[in-house]
Write a protein that binds this ligand. Sequence first.
Ligand SMILES: [Zn+2]
Length: 261
Amino acid sequence: MKDTISLDCHAHVKPTRTSEELAPAGAVLAMTLSLDEAAAVVDRREPLVAWGVGCHPRGVEAQAAFDVGRFEELAEWAPIVGEVGVDVRWSRVPLDLQLRTFRAVLSFAARASRPVSIHSFTATRIVLDGLRQTPVAAPILHWWTGNAAETREAVAMGCYFSVHSAVARRSTFRTAVPPERILVESDHGWDDPPAAIPCRVEWVEHLLSVQLKCSQEEVRALAWRNFTTIVRETGIGPLLPPGIESALPAASDSTSEWRLF
Ligand SMILES: [Zn+2]
């Protein structure tokens, strides 16, 4: 396992972190919470950190300040859109404003073919309806709490699931999600040291390995293969930082069957 670098498909990293602080974090898809935060990282060039452009559904100021033109300008050069989505339980942002932002973001992602890391906590039905209305090439559901029927529906719609420790134990990921749709994430906190990310990823890999009855190494390889499929499906390869691009398994590896299922 030490040979393959860890892949975290959804983490938060404070833009003031230096490249040296980010170096031990492994490969990371770093989500931003607002367009201001995305603007602060747009010129960064860490070899293993792919920065997303997002607007968090709980961000009162971020949602009020969301401007679709500015978003598209920032997202044009970003390999991934996130964190975006809908939250009905904990967000103080009016639902109609959350939906307006979410629809604008999905419509860009559909046109520009970008994977989207989607906060779906407590809003599983709304998120699925949004994706049905505006299908995108690679929707990645973050904080997925849907029931079995919704989960199967999401799978049929082509969704991926990025799993962190709070959701990894749910049997949904064993019973309703095919392994080729699973990604691993830390949802690492903005203030937390980036060097801790690989440990958090390993813990999720361990939890998933129990669910999937395979080794931790196989979970890591699976996550890389699945991310490689997303890269191929969306064509974002040229937008990825060089370290992530070169860590992608070769096409022949990535298409090989998940032998345990
Ligand atoms: Zn997050």
